[in-house]
Design a protein around this ligand. Sequence first.
Ligand code: MG
Length: 332
Amino acid sequence: MKFSLFSKILLLFFITICSSEAFSKNPNSVVAHRGAWKAKNFPENSIASLKYAIYIKCIGSEFDVHMTADNVLVVNHDPTYHGLTIEKVTYKELLPFKLSNGENIPTLKEYLKTGKNANTRLVCEIKPASSVERGRVVAQKVVELVKAMKMEKYVDYISFDYEMLLKIRSLDTKAHLQYLNGTKSPTELKADKINGADYHYSVFKRNPDWIAESKKLGLSLNAWTVNDAKDLDWLIANDFDFITTNEPELAFERIKNAPIQKDWKLVWSDEFNYKGLPDDKKWGYDVGGSGWGNNEQQFYTEKDTSTAFVNNGILTISANKTIKENKQYTSA
Ligand code: MG
């Protein structure tokens, strides 16, 4: 049985209550996660993936940094490389092993050189080290290299290690810093001079108030790692400054076609981040089997999980073959 037109209109009305206030959306918030590697099958965190992120004009290209035992900063996601623990071996010991496209494991120096003068920001994730102390040393070495290469204006720093960010702030008062771990409110970040929240998108879905709070405080909003059209759409509608993704091409397409580009502005949404009946504070019921001027065959029930139920981010409205009063079906 299909939904009545009335139900569909009602649902659409509630889901997209929009206004046409003048609004300008940054047309590019796409940050390639470990470079743009997927479409061309480049290795993640390779020079090739950075070059491709620059080529397709991502606003940023993210990468991960570790330091070898002889203090060489290298770009790699894991703390190990071909079974070697990066911080316990020398750079030379890593060189026999190549990336799948034949590159050596990139050094941070090579990475910065590749990104110099590009319009793509270098989003430098400094990975936590084996101790907080060593982490601070790695952060210091990274900042020193960035400064020595006069690359300050090209680089943003991100980390799961809050101490590292505080260390970078002590070394560079202007650096753009974003925290990754999702455990600090925007107000706490602001107090510590951290410039933005760069959290898993589920953190923002659980704490939707942090979006407005960040904007009010002038913090940047960044979410990772967002690869689904529907999640991208939600972040675009909420006007995130940066969206970190393995699917930069898809993100560009979603941004180009987003309602926000036509001056539409999201003013209300329900993310259905709860379980059970629809939230009473947001939703109401039309009850009865009068046909609704439409000769509808269902009886609309109230607060009935057999007809309206929220789970896993989705509101499901069911039509059931159940006799209710004078009707053969129930729905909501
Ligand atoms: Mg990373």
